[in-house]
Design a protein around this ligand. Structure first.
Ligand SMILES: [Zn+2]
Ligand SMILES: [Zn+2]
Length: 268
């Protein structure tokens, strides 16, 4: 959102510093700003605290979350894992039994076929995620479900699964569609869940790590892409790839933001 960045600039901040400052002024649960409300705190004179703790990596975020907030996040994760995800995982047993999905060594697919199917699952999940995530941002329903995931405006790895239980179900459905359509061996379940977890932790990590092998995936969105979504609230709705945001123009503010940043560096 142009307004957000404007205000940060007025306050004399680097855009990424502004992101950290929002976290320094963390919103308690339930008072997360609505879309369009962002930026006011970054502009408040005297409240701005720029953090310039550059690490080894090209950081998207510089500052770790407080232990208190990490603990709060962890408790929600425990609930979601045991009460929502565990029954679904148990359900996959009945799925594999019902459809006679093989699990033996002999019928294990070749690694290249396994990777191709994981890519197919990712394409399906990303498509589901883009449209349903965008719907969850609709102003009439945002505050009831998706607002919780946006409590942390500067996300960190564990926050990837910090969400309302209904969101875990709604967006999690995209994970299972690929399995239902493409599963030819139990190994695909394990491979896909591993890749999806690594991917979602990576995009929430706050670090854009050089030589990250995930960047070899064509059209991979990465941490800067999703970090901008948490900072801006509007745009960059896809989970893994960049194409849906590009097709619908929902990444225009993201590109304008980095373009402006690049221009700023050139004129320095
Ligand atoms: Zn969102
Ligand atoms: Zn997120």
């Amino acid at each position: 959102m142009a307004l957000t960045n404007h205000r940060a600039e007025k306050a004399g901040l680097e855009p990424l510093q502004a992101n950290n400052d929002r976290r320094n002024l963390a919103h308690p649960l339930g008072s997360t700003p609505e879309p369009g409300e962002l930026g006011s705190e970054a502009a408040a004179p005297g409240r701005v605290r720029a953090t310039v703790a550059r690490g080894l990596f090209a950081n998207v975020q510089d500052k770790p979350e407080t232990l208190e907030n990490q603990w709060k996040c962890f408790k929600v994760l425990l609930f979601n894992h045991f009460c929502i995800q565990l029954p679904l995982i148990c359900g996959t047993y009945y799925f594999t039994e019902y459809f006679n999905i093989p699990y033996d060594w002999e019928r294990m697919p070749r690694w290249c076929m396994l990777l191709a199917r994981c890519f197919g699952c990712a394409v399906i999940e990303d498509t589901w995620h883009y449209f349903l995530h965008r719907l969850l941002h609709h102003k009439r329903i945002y505050k009831y479900i998706h607002k919780i995931h946006h409590e942390f405006q500067a996300p960190f790895g564990m926050e990837a699964e910090y969400a309302h239980p209904l969101e875990t179900l709604i967006l999690g459905t995209g994970f299972f569609i690929g399995i239902m359509l493409l599963c030819d061996h139990v190994i695909l379940l394990w491979a896909w869940v591993t890749i999806r977890l690594i991917e979602t932790i990576d995009v929430h990590s706050g670090y854009d790590i050089p030589l990250n092998p995930l960047n070899l995936i064509p059209f991979y969105a990465g941490s800067r892409h999703h970090d901008f979504h948490h900072m801006n609230f509007v745009g960059n709705y896809a989970s893994t790839f960049t194409w849906w945001d590009r097709i619908f123009g929902t990444d225009s503010q993201f590109h304008a933001y980095y373009e402006k940043k690049k221009m700023g560096k050139k004129t320095e």
